[in-house]
Design a binder for this molecule. Structure first.
Ligand SMILES: [Zn+2]
Length: 219
């Protein structure tokens, strides 16, 4: 059986974590619009993730879709549908990571802080180590920030069992959104595969998240 691109990316990641350079930085010359490796990656915007490097993907080989958390939002789904049906990708790699900022707040807390709630301002200031300056105004958008479910923790807290569980929950939620979407076929001749991972920013390594898997309460 042929090795999937996702498995090849995992092998590249092992080398990356050992300190080897994977990504060629120079302009590659003229290339087709379709990603050569037929891969689409959804990943967090965190500054410590260099997605092409950590997966060993070169310019022209993959779509890289990034947002706060690597959350599979409506917009990420929109991108994935276009990526598959119009640009021929057929493997999706979803990446969350340790020490993610999305573990350190809740949607209600951030909204209240932005609107001017003094207690929320104080908590957010303490959580981020930055003076949180309220805007003192309401806003209709964004409807959601998609902070990860579970009890919040200090920003940039090291990996532990509890925050790994919270990350796994959101990876599974994202995989569910992808694998159950009617416009992203998961079987048949035009099937798209999707696998989810947690990237450890302290080691450079990817750990796969089982799917389906437990979605229980925080321990
Ligand atoms: Zn993050």
């Amino acid at each position: 059986m042929a090795v999937s691109m996702t498995d090849q990316c995992l092998a590249n990641n092992k080398r990356y974590a050992e300190g080897q350079a994977n990504h060629k930085p120079a302009y590659p010359g003229k290339q087709p619009i379709q990603p050569a490796k037929r891969v689409a990656v959804v990943a967090c915007m965190d500054a410590r993730l260099d997605v092409e490097d950590l997966l060993g993907l070169q310019t022209g080989e993959a779509h890289i879709i990034r947002n706060a958390g690597g959350v599979v939002t409506d917009d990420a789904i929109r991108c994935l549908i276009i990526s598959h049906h119009l640009l021929n990708t057929n493997e999706i790699i979803l990446i969350h990571h340790t020490r993610c900022g999305m573990l350190a707040f809740t949607d209600d807390l951030l909204k209240a802080g932005l609107e001017g709630d003094p207690a929320s301002e104080k908590v957010l200031g303490q959580a981020t180590g930055r003076t949180f300056v309220s805007c003192g105004k309401c806003a209709a958008t964004p409807a959601q920030f998609h902070a990860f479910r579970g009890e919040i923790e200090p920003l940039d807290a090291p990996r532990d069992e509890k925050n790994m569980q919270r990350l796994q929950w959101d990876v599974r939620r994202g995989l569910s959104a992808i694998l159950n979407h009617p416009w992203l076929p998961s079987s048949g001749t035009d099937a798209v595969s999707a696998r989810g991972f947690i990237y450890d920013v302290d080691t450079g390594q990817l750990d796969e998240v089982s799917y389906p898997g437990p979605m229980g309460p925080a321990a």
